[in-house]
Write a protein that binds this ligand. Structure first.
Ligand code: RB5
Length: 145
């Protein structure tokens, strides 16, 4: 699996922590930044990560900002993106099982590294259940057009 990851300045340290988890899971990672503490705009990061997902360059994406809210809102504006802001393992699993979320969002100023690691492990490992959920996801896609 290949993941493109990106964060604004509010979650650079969480990004580094998440990358270690992904490396441990043998997931290939493409990091689109940001790489320092200088202020950047989270929609720009969301756009880069989501472009990699919608183009097929990466299988899924992870977006991070201070709260995870702004970057998840931005990601969900992009055609084909189903971004789930998850601060707990149950939501992370369900976002895959029921929503086929292709982008995970978290907040660097909201959750600790321990919970973030568990969320990422669960989100990577969990598959979409399909069935009645596929019908609903298709209806989400219809809302885009
Ligand atoms: C940046 O200060 C902050 O607004 C951003 O990281 C995020 O929390 C927005 O939703």
């Amino acid at each position: 699996m290949k993941i493109t990851i990106g964060s604004d300045h509010g979650a650079v340290e969480l990004k580094d922590a998440v990358k270690k988890v992904l490396a441990d899971l043998d997931v290939e990672v493409d990091d689109v930044g940001t790489f320092g503490t200088d202020s950047v705009d989270y929609p720009d990061i969301a756009e880069k990560v989501c472009a990699a997902v919608t183009s097929g360059k990466s299988d899924r994406g992870i977006v991070l900002c201070g709260t995870g809210i702004g970057i998840s809102i931005a990601a969900n504006k992009i055609h084909g993106i189903r971004c789930a802001l998850c601060n707990d393992v149950y939501s992370a699993k369900m976002s895959r099982k029921h929503n086929d979320a292709n982008v995970l969002a978290m907040g660097g100023r909201v959750i600790g590294y321990g919970p973030a690691e568990e969320i990422v492990r669960a989100w990577i490992a969990t598959e979409f259940e399909g069935g009645r959920h596929e019908r609903r996801v298709n209806k989400i896609s219809k809302l885009e057009s």
